[in-house]
Write a protein that binds this ligand. Structure first.
Ligand code: C5P
Length: 235
C-alpha cells in the first residue's frame, strides 16, 4: 500500500495548519518544502510533528559535504520521518549525509529519518535536461543518480513515476521511491512534465506519492484528497 504525502506548499503557517487540521485524521502524512520552511522554520516542523504528523522534510540539500552533513544533522533532530539531499551533490556529499543522518538520530535516540536522493526533478523533460548540460535523457540521468544513491547507502530516491520500472530494475523493490508529479486524470499539470495518475504510480510500485496542487488548489481540498486516497487504495 502506497503512502500519500500532502505537500504543504503555502507561504505561511496559517493556511498550512488549516489544511492539516482538516485532513490529519484522514491521512497524517505531510510534506514540508522550501516555501513553507523558509517562511516558518524548524519551530513549525516541530509543532507539526507534535500534532502527530508524519513529515517528509523536502529541502533537497545540495552543497559541499561538510555543509550538507550539518544540515542533515539539524533536520534529523526535528523528528521528521523522511528528508532528502540532491544526488547531483556527488558521492562524497551523499556519503556524508548518510553518516550524519544516522549519527544525529542515534545521539537523540530517535529513529533515523529515511534519507532519499533527489534524481531528476519531475518538472524537467529531456529538452530541459540537455539544456542544463547533461548530454542524455531523463532516464539515463536517473540511472546514474540511482547508482550513486545506492553506493552511498541512501534509503531510496525521489523520482518520476515514469522511471519506477527503471529504478526497481536497478535497485530492487525495497529501495524506497518517493514520487511527485502526480496528477489525477483531468488535473492541470502546471510546471510538472513527467507525470502519472495516482493509480498508475501505485501500480508501478511507488512506495510514497507526493501530491500538492491537485489538492491545495482544488475547490474542495478535503474532497480532492479523499478522491486521491480512494484511488490509491483501490489501485
Ligand atoms: O503541486 P505538486 O503536486 O506539483 O507538488 C509537488 C511537490 O513535490 C512540490 O512541493 C515539489 O517541490 C515537490 N517535488 C517535485 N519534484 C521533485 C521533488 C519534489 O515536484 N523531484
Amino acid at each position: 500500500m502506497s503512502t500519500t504525502f500532502l505537500a504543504l506548499d503555502f507561504p505561511s503557517k496559517e493556511p498550512a495548519l488549516a489544511l492539516v487540521k482538516k485532513t490529519i485524521a484522514l491521512n497524517p502524512y505531510f510534506k514540508v518544502g522550501l516555501e513553507l520552511y523558509v517562511a516558518e522554520g524548524p519551530d513549525f516542523v516541530r509543532a507539526l510533528a507534535a500534532e502527530g504528523a508524519k513529515i517528509f522534510l523536502d529541502l533537497k540539500f545540495h552543497d559541499i559535504p561538510n555543509t550538507v552533513a550539518g544540515a542533515v544533522r539539524s533536520a534529523a533532530s526535528l523528528g521528521v520521518a523522511y528528508q532528502n539531499v540532491h544526488c547531483g551533490g556527488g558521492l562524497e556529499m551523499l556519503k556524508a549525509a548518510v553518516a550524519a543522518n544516522a549519527e544525529a538520530a542515534a545521539k537523540l535516540s530517535l529513529p533515523a529519518p529515511k534519507l532519499l536522493g533527489v534524481t531528476v526533478l519531475t518538472s524537467l523533460d529531456d529538452q530541459a535536461i540537455q539544456q542544463i548540460g547533461f548530454p542524455r535523457s531523463a532516464s539515463a540521468q536517473v540511472k546514474q543518480f540511482v547508482e550513486l544513491a545506492q553506493e552511498a547507502g541512501l534509503d531510496g530516491v525521489v523520482c518520476s513515476a515514469q522511471e519506477l520500472p527503471l529504478v526497481q530494475s536497478l535497485a530492487g523493490k525495497d529501495f524506497l521511491t518517493m514520487v511527485p508529479g502526480i496528477r489525477p486524470s483531468g488535473a492541470a499539470s502546471g510546471d510538472q512534465k513527467r507525470t502519472l495518475t495516482p493509480a498508475e504510480a501505485v501500480r508501478a510500485g511507488a512506495h510514497c506519492l507526493v501530491v500538492g496542487r491537485p489538492v491545495t488548489a482544488a475547490p474542495n481540498p478535503v474532497q480532492a484528497l479523499q478522491d486521491i486516497l480512494a484511488e490509491v487504495a483501490s489501485a
